[in-house]
Design a protein around this ligand. Structure first.
Ligand code: NAP
Length: 288
């Protein structure tokens, strides 16, 4: 029987479409690597069989991305975590090595930082405001607090305060969160004094989604970042732009987390030409 093609992929549920196959299959093509990146829409009750199969020597899968709602749930199926993934306790990248051992990484946080570097935005001493307390907030809050040059402060709000409390309680056992302050209302975020506003919620993905922030709170001294990239301009970003703020969507973060994931799987430092092709594939993939 012919050997199966070396396979990579993304697991999540429900997972009908994703831009990740475009980006990674472009990289394989550009590098002349005979491999394929696929979507695995898995229900949680399929995990025991899926992860046990992954350990088989004949299994062609050598790397995975993990998306909603499994970034925390996969951890119990892995052998080791990178130091950052262990601090965040969320995994979006799995390497399956030659011994079929499973190593978990989190490239969402570093991907976000790489995008900020590209934007030439230095968080040192900045007043940061965040919305949300899900998996993405977890990774972003962790990287911002672990930076040697930390922001002056981070105020964070979530619709469900209990979820935010749980996130802070958990992260604070491993990360110094002394610059973080949770608030119970958007008014207490003091956006008028902030330099950097980040939406990490999924609010804005659907047509007709409202915005948590009143338009008059946006101002021209703000960098406004929405982790959402589809639609490319959410209502949140549109309102911020109208008020003169610099606005950025999450496509850059998606790109950099993907580049880092690819590098973990392959041990190859991608060159600028291949990275440009990967990014182009994402931009094209978003166009209706
Ligand atoms: N750009 C990138 O590379 C990248 C990477 C990862 C994720 N993302 C995007 O990030 C977003 C969040 O993903 P996630 O994994 O963090 O999801 P998640 O863990 O499910 O968290 C969702 C967050 O959104 C909040 N939320 C959902 N609906 C809301 C509503 N109607 N009003 C107010 N808050 C609401 C939730 O608040 P409650 O706690 O109150 O439910 C929670 O804080 C998604 O759009 C995802 O596509 C982007």
């Amino acid at each position: 029987m012919a050997a199966q093609k070396t396979t990579y992929g993304i697991i999540g549920y429900p997972l009908k479409s994703s831009l990740s196959p475009l980006m990674h299959n472009t990289a394989f093509k550009e590098l002349g690597v005979d491999a394929v990146y696929k979507i695995f829409s898995l229900k949680e009750d399929q995990f025991p069989d899926f992860f046990s199969d992954l350990r088989e020597k004949t299994n062609p899968i050598f790397g995975l991305n993990v998306t909603v709602p499994y970034k925390e749930k996969v951890i119990s199926y892995l052998d080791t975590l990178s130091p950052f993934a262990e601090k965040v306790m969320a995994v979006n990248t799995i390497v399956i090595n030659k011994e079929r051992r499973l190593i978990g990484y989190n490239t969402d946080g570093p991907g976000f930082l790489s995008h900020l570097t590209e934007l030439k935005f230095d968080t040192k001493g900045k007043r940061v405001v965040m919305l949300g307390a899900g998996g993405t907030a977890r990774a972003i809050l962790a990287v911002l607090c672990l930076l040697p040059n930390r922001p002056e402060g981070i105020k964070i709000y979530n619709r469900t305060p209990e979820n935010l409390d749980r996130l802070i309680e958990d992260l604070s056992t491993r990360i110094d969160l002394s610059i973080v302050e949770t608030v119970n209302s958007v008014d207490d975020l003091n956006i008028e004094l902030a330099d950097f506003l980040i939406n990490t919620t999924s609010l804005g993905m659907k047509e007709g989604d409202q915005c948590l922030i009143n338009e008059e709170l946006f101002h021209s001294n703000l960098l406004v970042y929405d982790v959402i990239y589809n639609p490319p301009e959410t209502k949140f970003l549109k309102m911020a732009r109208k008020r003169g703020a610099k606005t950025v969507n999450g496509l850059g973060m998606l790109f950099y987390q993907g580049v880092l994931a690819f590098q973990h799987w392959s041990n190859i430092q991608l060159d600028e030409r291949v990275k440009a092709k990967m990014r182009e594939s994402l931009t094209k993939g978003l166009k209706p």
